[in-house]
Design a protein. Structure first.
Lengths: 505, 228
């Protein structure tokens, strides 16, 4: 049976413009803290750049809200279109202060940077980051909190945005509702982030003081590092990432924050309400994550030992284990130079990193990649098929899994997990092939970078750097966007655009 | 609402959607003006940097005795760049070198000395820090340098936004896996000479940018007032 593609009604466009306007107005507020910092530090040009960003977001958002006010509800399809566009347009608006700070050669680089921050990826095209104004640095790092939590989540939490917010929430790649009400769920996510911000920043301040950075600079580094680590982003206030600090304590706290950030907010809720022990013990997702991480760390460390990169225990674990956790959670922090992965780490360890980045962290968290729940479901599905083949004819084989409650593994669930998994793999390969087409890099290098972009991991072997080919830059930008939204919302946007052109009615 | 009015509204919505990105893009073509007073220019009197051949390690650490063609090209004590060292860590392990760069960020004191980050990119040695000029030269590049106590004393405030730190000439030994840094690649300094003292970079106010910000905020305020 063939379905007819219906052209959207004109009113639908109005709904999209209205909600896009609301999101933009919300984003303007996000640039206020860095603006205040710029004024305090007398970074006048940075303050002007941030004010341009705020003015643009307010003006565009205000015009859209004023001109297209409507009571028409937001459907899931339209919500998906809004979310997809919000991440693209929002990143462009948030890129303005970065570009106007004078640290990017072209606007596309700043857009890439903003998208990398929003998607909590961590690939960076900002130049001379060691001399970048502190307020713009804060802006970059706040993008990771905004995107890691979810643009729409933040707007919902701040403004209790109007009807149809559930559609926006789901379209942003979040299926679970931690609390029955979406607005309360958004506020819970915000509250969790706030509590961890205080605890994490204080712990980092103490560690940084031991490392030799005290006073307001210690506080500044602590907050920016927290924003990056909890949201598994990977930006850092210096060009050397964590290697800059020469501190085991800082690295240890970052590992904890990466694991906390890489865990789902649903799990946080269970832990906060005292039901976490069961969830930790039985959840398919938690168990898959723990197993993947343990196997990945072991393989990575063994690979580094065998290749002779590090021979002593402490370097093996400080460099090896940290990097594997950073890969698995999509943290993107490094404790070595990025070129070391190619020049000094042998073949196997970088391969393990690619696999860990590709698999990603837990769903409903700030981590990217295929996600542990999908991996766990597909693995369960395979075991189910084997059990069914081995069972006597006529026997009923039932497979269940636990995520918050025991659920029977149905074919629909399995199919959707497998489809998204395959989409991720296809996108990883697509980016790698595009990179190969430029003829400058090997397959292992382009695959590393493509997986890092799509899985929002942020580790780099040096392809994503200022001056990279524009075509590849656009591909990585889109990969970060698609990977963060987990395909569906972007596909709906594509379908919507097609129906505008070719639809009937 | 009449069909005509609805079409008009819808068409306006579509135009608004499409216009958002070009509007942002138009703003994005704005650039900070290059100011001569904010350009530091190259640091003079530095030793020449040796450019080793491409016969370096492509992948995997090689035995120390397999320094390929680097040893004849890089004599002991010659000046090397950080990107060369990072590309071939095993080849440089234990070599005595000279390294030149700007001290940036923080001086991290530890027992017996301090860690500093020394960048030898173009912003450190050739053009001066961004955003005072429009000569883009890529990302920062540098080495972690361990300075024993007496060598730390002469340093001024490191490079930060609006400041280029001391440009130092360091002689010392490259350690690929430094046990004192839990395995990091470091340069253990033996001597340090300041080639150019740290200096603040002028950051003149970008008046067009300020005006643009004010106009946009005023327009946004006007739209909000009319909404009410």
């Amino acid at each position: 049976m063939r379905t007819t593609l219906l052209r959207p009604e004109l009113e639908d466009l109005r709904v999209i413009a209205l909600n896009l306007g609301r999101v933009l107005e919300g984003l303007s507020l996000w640039m206020l803290p860095p603006l205040l910092l710029a004024l305090v530090l007398r970074e006048w040009n940075a303050a002007s750049a941030l004010a341009v960003g705020i003015g643009t977001a307010l003006l565009l958002g205000g015009l859209a809200v004023r001109r297209f006010a409507t009571d028409r509800p937001l459907t899931l399809a339209l919500g998906s279109v809004v979310v997809s566009l919000a991440w693209l347009v929002g990143a462009a608006v948030l890129a303005l202060p970065i570009h106007l700070s004078g640290h990017t050669a072209r606007f596309l680089d700043a857009w890439f940077e903003a998208m990398s921050g929003l998607t909590a990826t961590g690939l960076s095209l900002v130049q001379d980051v060691d001399h970048l104004a502190l307020s713009i640095q804060l802006h970059r790092h706040l993008l990771m909190l905004l995107g890691g939590t979810g643009i729409v989540i933040v707007v919902i939490a701040l403004f209790s945005a109007g009807g149809g917010v559930g559609s926006l929430y789901r379209a942003e790649g979040r299926e679970e509702r931690i609390l029955p009400n979406v607005i309360r769920t958004a506020r819970f996510i915000f509250a969790v982030s706030g509590v961890y911000l205080v605890i994490g920043s204080l712990a980092l301040m103490a560690a940084l003081a031991l490392a030799g950075i005290t006073g307001w600079r210690g506080a500044y580094h602590a907050v920016t590092l927290f924003l990056s680590a909890f949201n598994t982003g990977g930006f850092s206030p210096t060009s050397q990432s964590l290697a800059y600090y020469h501190s085991g304590s800082v690295e240890l706290i970052i590992v904890v924050l990466l694991l906390v950030g890489g865990s789902s907010f649903l799990l946080h809720r269970e832990l906060w309400t005292g039901k976490g022990r069961t969830e930790l013990r039985s959840s398919l997702e938690v168990r898959t994550f723990a197993t993947t991480l343990a196997v990945g760390i072991t393989m990575g460390v063994v690979a580094l030992a065998v290749s002779g990169t590090y021979r002593d225990t402490i370097p093996l674990w400080r460099k090896g284990a940290f990097t594997m956790v950073s890969s698995s959670t999509g943290g993107g922090f490094t404790v070595t130079s990025g070129t070391a992965f190619l020049a000094d780490w042998g073949q196997a360890a970088p391969f393990v990193m690619v696999v860990l980045m590709a698999l990603g962290g837990m769903a409903g968290a700030t981590a990217g990649g295929i996600k542990m729940i999908r991996l766990g479901l597909v693995a369960k599905g395979l075991v189910h098929d084997v059990r069914r083949l081995l069972a006597p004819s006529g026997a009923l084989v039932v497979t269940t899994f636990h995520v918050r409650r025991r659920t029977v593994l149905g074919s629909g669930l399995l199919r959707s997990a497998a489809v998204v998994l395959l989409l991720y793999v296809a996108t990883y390969l697509f980016g790698a092939i595009v990179g190969l087409a430029y003829g400058r890099w090997t397959l292992s290098e382009t695959l590393f970078e493509s997986v890092s972009a799509t899985a929002n991991a942020g580790l780099s072997v040096g392809i994503a750097q200022p001056g990279m080919p524009i075509g590849l830059e656009v591909v990585y930008l889109l990969q970060m966007w698609i990977g963060r939204l987990e395909f569906i919302a972007v596909f709906v946007l594509g379908g919507f655009a097609l129906s505008l052109v070719r639809g009937r009615g | 609402m009449t069909t005509r009015r609805r079409r008009l509204l819808g068409a306006t919505a579509l135009v608004a959607l499409v216009a958002m990105l070009p509007f942002v893009a138009a703003l994005a073509t704005m650039r900070l003006a290059e100011r001569p007073e904010a350009v530091l220019g190259p640091v003079d009197g530095l030793p020449p940097e040796v450019a080793p051949g491409p016969g370096c390690i492509a992948r995997g650490p090689e035995p120390v005795d397999a320094r390929t063609d680097l040893v004849p090209v890089v004599p002991p004590g010659a000046r090397v760049g950080s990107s060369t060292v990072l590309r071939c860590p095993a080849a440089f392990d234990g070599l005595e070198v000279t390294f030149v760069g700007e001290v940036v960020g923080d001086v991290l004191p530890r027992r017996g000395g301090a860690w500093v980050l020394v960048n030898d990119d173009a912003y450190a040695l050739t053009t001066g820090p961004l955003p005072g000029h429009r000569t883009f030269a890529g990302s920062n590049s540098g080495l972690a340098v361990w300075l024993p106590d007496p060598l730390v004393d002469g340093l001024s405030e490191p490079g930060r936004p609006g400041r280029r730190g001391d440009v130092v000439v360091v002689t010392g030994r490259i350690v690929r896996v430094d046990p004192d840094d839990s395995g990091g690649l470091t340069l253990r300094a033996e001597t340090v000479r300041i080639a150019a003292p740290g200096t603040d970079v002028a950051t003149p106010l970008d008046v067009p940018l300020v005006l643009l910000a004010l106009v946009l905020l005023a327009l946004a305020g006007a739209v909000r007032l009319r909404r009410r």
